[in-house]
Ligand binder design. Structure first.
Ligand code: FAD
Ligand code: SF4
Length: 495
């Protein structure tokens, strides 16, 4: 597996930067900075937001961002940077916000992150950069790095004069990309800037991968993703939807069209089920299907005919971000009771802390230490109840989390009309099965070397199809790493 830390170099501070940054440090003593409380972001009221799809987090105001940026101590050895999977120069962008140079703040971010407005919204900052901020050691709330990232990226979008990205002269070399999620988008941007002729093929009718079909509007508005897509189009990247690589277009078709290499970033979109009795009853579906119907096919929006199961009692099985997105979506689709059924305790939930809090504010019922063991149906085959095994925590398992152990005889029957299963995903096997000679791992992910080079010389791969399900920032980091590797490979074969 590639090492992103080795791949992304930390930016060094120029003497000029050092000068103004010292001035900022001198202007306010550290004691004064650390006395400033962390900013509070404005949020939509829960009563209002569960009836609409508007973005819950409203962003920081310019004044709030300035004050929050001044909390940052500009540490000489900033540990926050080591907590970021792609080592963004965090104090560098924050100090530019403090001095009001928003174009430079965004430029520092874009040095390492292709999608800062997206990452500022969806990265698990509390487990990454913010968990390493020196304020934690002082028993104070960390600098709101993620909110400041979002602020810098959003403000840059509104700047009248955005600096055009530098692009090398066209090389006349065509490369193809399979999939259009964050991994592909960061790859495509880097390759276009290097002068390659990039075409992205997407199986679905919309470009954006999970950013569009998975993560709901109330967490990541489509307009934010669309703005990033427009920037890529400005760089010359071509997007072709409704095209399944490996089916609509075979490997040979792509080679015959003159592509010199292919980047596969087809994600891990194959839902898993639990394999328990009754899981095939009507109105039991995967999170992927549920969210895709609503987010991409507009189920529930007036004027659209896409069907989606609705009910008064909706149970979502799982404890990750996908489960949290599904259960909050179910509330917005009119569920009277939206339950999150998770076999461990809240402490072990992989979902972002913020999503857990928002779900609770919105009235989601958390049924932790509970695991469905069977579904029951009415005479027409519609699910009507689930039998839930109550659990307790035992010894830690391989993941380091305490494993759930059934409490003998503790099984309850709970009425449900709709069940959304969100217990994980697997890599889509279509490309591995259709590209002859493409090696896969035991988990079904595409096997790659340190350079993200696959077993077929013309193929590179990254993101969830290699990692088997990860995060936006890791997928994006892979895209950048693969672009550097493919560029090197294409130069080596043209010499
Ligand atoms: P994807 O985003 O999955 O994109 C792959 C694309 O390839 C898809 O559009 C797919 O249709 C397309 N494709 C597949 N096969 C083919 C083919 N044969 N030909 C052409 N196209 C093809 N991560 C976070 O960091 N924070 C979060 O808050 C978060 N929330 C999430 C919520 C949900 C509901 C889900 C599902 C995931 C979430 N994640 C989150 C995880 C994150 O979104 C993924 O790790 C990331 O999107 C992976 O990026 P990717 O580009 O590898 O794949
Ligand atoms: Fe600023 Fe915290 Fe990073 Fe120090 S650790 S540079 S205070 S964000």
């Amino acid at each position: 597996m590639c090492n992103l830390r080795e791949h992304t170099a930390m930016s060094s501070i120029s003497p000029r930067d050092a000068e103004w940054r010292q001035e900022l440090r001198d202007a306010m003593p550290a004691k004064e900075r650390t006395a400033i409380p962390r900013a509070k972001m404005a949020m939509l009221d829960p009563e209002y937001r569960i009836h609409c799809n508007e973005e819950v987090n409203q962003g920081l105001s310019a004044d709030q961002a300035h004050v929050e940026a001044s909390r940052c101590l500009d540490c000489p050895d900033p540990q926050c940077v080591t907590g970021c999977p792609v080592n963004i120069d965090i104090p560098g962008f924050i100090k530019n916000i403090q001095r009001g140079d928003m174009a430079m703040a965004a430029a520092v971010l874009r040095n390492t992150s292709a999608l800062p407005a997206v990452c500022g919204r969806v990265c698990p900052q509390e487990r990454q950069c913010e968990s390493k901020c020196i304020y934690n050691k002082m028993k104070k709330e960390p600098v709101a790095i993620g909110w400041l990232e979002r602020f810098a990226a959003d403000t840059e979008r509104e700047l009248a004069e955005r600096p055009a990205p530098e692009r090398l002269a066209p090389k006349g070399i065509k490369v193809a990309v399979a999939g259009s999620g964050p991994c592909s988008l960061s790859f495509a941007g880097d390759m276009a800037k290097r002068g390659y002729d990039v075409t992205v093929y997407e199986a679905l009718h919309e470009i954006g991968g999970v950013l569009k079909y998975g993560i709901p509007e109330f967490r990541l508005p489509n307009s934010v993703v669309d703005a990033e897509l427009d920037s890529l189009r400005d760089l010359g990247v071509k997007f072709i939807a409704d095209t399944i690589v490996g089916k609509t277009l075979s490997y040979d078709d792509l080679m015959n069209e003159g592509y010199k290499a292919i980047f596969v970033a087809s994600g891990a979109g194959l839902p898993r089920f639990m394999g328990i009795p009754g899981e095939n009853f009507i109105n039991i579906l995967s999170s992927n299907e549920y969210l895709t119907r609503i987010n991409l096919m507009h189920a529930g929006t007036p004027g659209f005919a896409t069907p989606v199961p609705r009910g008064a009692n909706v149970a979502v099985i799982g404890g990750g971000n996908t489960a949290m997105d599904s259960v909050r979506t179910a509330l917005r689709m009119g569920a009277k009771k939206a339950m999150l059924v998770y076999r461990r305790s809240e402490e072990e939930m992989p979902a972002r802390r913020e999503e857990v809090l928002h779900a609770k504010e919105e009235g989601v019922e958390f049924m932790t230490l509970s695991n469905p063991v069977e579904y029951l149906a009415d005479e027409k085959g519609h699910v009507r109840a689930m039998r839930v095994q109550r659990m307790e925590l035992g010894e830690p398992d391989a993941s380091g989390r305490r494993s759930p152990v059934p409490i003998e005889g503790a099984i309850d029957e709970i009425p449900v009309d709709v069940v959304i299963v969100s217990v994980g995903v697997s890599p889509n096997p279509l490309i591995p099965n259709s590209f002859n000679g493409l090696e896969v791992t035991k988990r079904g992910t595409i096997a790659v070397d340190e350079q993200l080079h696959a077993s077929i010389p013309t193929i590179f791969a990254g993101g969830d199809i290699v990692r088997g399900g990860a995060t936006v920032i890791l997928a994006m980091g892979d895209g950048r790493h693969a672009a550097a590797s493919m560029d090197e490979y294409l130069q080596s074969i043209s010499e």
